[in-house]
Design a protein around this ligand. Structure first.
Ligand code: BDR
Ligand code: CA
Length: 306
């Protein structure tokens, strides 16, 4: 089996938590560390949540480093109404087993300089603030990243913050602009496809019935997401699993169809700050525009319940 050596940059976050539990459960991933960012909720809580998830999985070997407490330039906001006041929907987790290290960006820079170039993926599940700082302050380290796989944005689909803007991009548009302009090997997974990877209550039953720690916790997290979000009409019987798509693509790229494109980022003052527009003058990145949702859900369940 080919293994994937990766660092997770995240703002847990209910769907971040499911993504992290998946990566920790899958034998394909070697997780070198977790860096945190303010996003769904403040940095103290996202950092503590990373530690709580690792404690649940019994993974003292994975270090956590606290990153940006806010966006590069704009005013931050959180979505605690979706993720709960503890960021994890009120689901019970053990306390972190270790104190987090400081300065995620300094750690990322040092780690990417130590690792052979082009061997470690950066999997980003939140606003791109830490990566943008790495690009700006430590460009040689950023150039050594094998692949950035990022959840964020909406290309043809509608946004979830403004009419066209998605949360991770809206939370730090300037950071997204730096990352998409840097010429890095980026794969972006927008709402266009994450909305097609949807968990239903029977799917949660399937996870829970396995009795496996990560699967039972994931079922509880997704059920909390059901409780915190009101949806009517088509799709109301399921919820999208945005961030797990990053790990799913890393592990099995054949689940997704990628399209090369450049993207410009709306840096204006409206609710569409962070909105993405295809732009042939920008560096080419790869954007996931199709997904086999059923197969993606099967892989997620297979790893969590093994
Ligand atoms: C993204 O925003 C966050 O609320 C989720 O964790 C995910 O990363 C979806 O738009
Ligand atoms: Ca997230």
């Amino acid at each position: 089996m080919t293994t994937i050596r990766a660092i997770i940059d995240t703002d847990p976050g209910i769907d971040d938590a499911v993504a992290i539990l998946f990566a920790l459960a899958s034998p394909v991933f070697v997780i070198l560390g977790i860096t945190t960012v303010a996003g769904n909720i403040g940095i103290t809580t996202t950092t503590r949540n990373a530690g709580r998830l690792l404690a649940l999985a019994g993974r003292q070997d994975v270090p956590v480093f606290a990153g940006a407490a806010g966006p590069l330039a704009c005013k931050g906001f959180d979505v605690a109404e979706i993720h709960g006041s503890d960021g994890l929907g009120g689901v019970a987790f053990p306390a972190p087993l270790a104190e987090p290290g400081g300065d995620a960006v300094a750690w990322l820079a040092a780690r990417f300089m130590v690792e052979p170039a082009g061997t470690v993926d950066l999997l980003t599940l939140g606003p791109l603030t830490n990566l943008a700082r790495l690009v700006t302050d430590h460009p040689a380290a950023a150039r050594r990243i094998r692949r950035v796989i990022a959840m964020g944005g909406a290309v043809l689909d509608k946004g979830n913050i403004g009419p066209r803007s998605e949360f991770n991009m809206a939370a730090d548009p300037e950071a997204a602009d730096i990352v998409f302009g840097a010429g890095l090997p980026v794969i972006l997974i927008p709402l266009d496809v994450t909305r097609k990877v949807r968990a239903s209550q029977p799917y949660c039953d399937r996870l829970q019935a396995s009795g496996k720690t990560g699967a039972v916790a994931s079922a509880a997290l997704i059920r909390a997401y059901f409780q915190n979000t009101t949806v009517s009409g088509p799709g109301s019987e399921s919820r999208p699993l945005h961030d797990p798509c990053v790990m799913l693509l890393a592990e099995d790229p054949s689940l997704f169809t990628l399209e090369p494109m450049g993207l410009s980022v709306d840096l204006g003052p409206t609710r569409d700050a962070g909105a993405l527009t295809p732009d042939a003058t920008r560096p080419v990145i790869h954007v996931a525009m199709e997904v086999d949702g059923a197969r993606a859900l099967d892989l997620l369940a297979a790893r969590l319940t093994a």
